[in-house]
Design a protein around this ligand. Sequence first.
Ligand SMILES: C[S@@+](CC[C@H](N)C(=O)[O-])C[C@H]1O[C@@H](n2cnc3c(N)ncnc32)[C@H](O)[C@@H]1O
Length: 291
Amino acid sequence: MNNLIKVITKDGSMSLRSEKFNENFHSIAGAYYETKSKFINPSILKRFQNKSINVLDICFGIGYNSALLFENLIKDLSTLNWYGLEIDKRPLDYALTDKKFNSLWNPEVIEILTSLNLRGFYKNKKFDCELIVGDARKEILNLPKGVNFDLIFLDGFSPQKCPEIWSYEFLSKLKNKIKYEGYLITYTSSAAVRKSLQNLGFNLFKIIPTCSKKNHWSNGTLATFNNQQDNPYITYLSEMEIEHLNTKASIPYRDPSGEMLSKEILEIRKKEQQFSNLLDTNLWRKKWEMA
Ligand SMILES: C[S@@+](CC[C@H](N)C(=O)[O-])C[C@H]1O[C@@H](n2cnc3c(N)ncnc32)[C@H](O)[C@@H]1O
């Protein structure tokens, strides 16, 4: 595939590398492992057993996060109203031709993914799913007005590679689409993203890392308006992470028109960082003895 290269990650699951974004779709530790530890475990899907749930998967890509979501919700007899946003149809199309990917999922999940790939939707008695292809910044505006989400997965390429998905303005649109007790879940611990979410009124939690190495201080971020959490996969931000939000790294990505190029967003932020009085992020790193 032009610009997309197959990668086998350390847990044996397949993923892709984008030459355009110069980044892998998943951590090399494992595509399946990453989905489970960073998105599905912290979602606590058992809460929705025999109940209904609304989910928005932004940057659907190959579809790992939603495939594992579907698998769990089928088992739990939940009723699902689901939307996926993705700019490129090729990752799912390719994954469905891959033996390793197909062997991960039960036949019902493959049936849903195949229908999303061929028709853009899937519907049965319990599941109502629509995959919308286009720039998430525009397509978010085309979601039905009355639908608010219990879960929003945000799984774009990293903020430095794809800042348009992490801008303050884009995140503010998500604020308007999430339920009070809903979870916005992302793998990133970026100070700019966290600070934007905090400024939008979200409470921030870190997803507890599964590895104890010093540089793996977080498995991502869970943002919610509800401060009362009974969730073993998350905890409050550490002192180090709170200080991170006062460094120059916390300056947000800005995209007021919702149409700016990545390059423009990065340039404006860089200038803002140069003139900022906030703490130098390297000093913060040094203080906390990070490589
Ligand atoms: C890190 S990958 C997603 C990983 C994914 N969750 C999976 O399981 O494969 C990022 C995805 O974001 C998509 N993307 C990049 N820019 C986008 C945009 N503006 N709107 C929607 N999707 C975008 C890419 O095409 C890519 O599939």
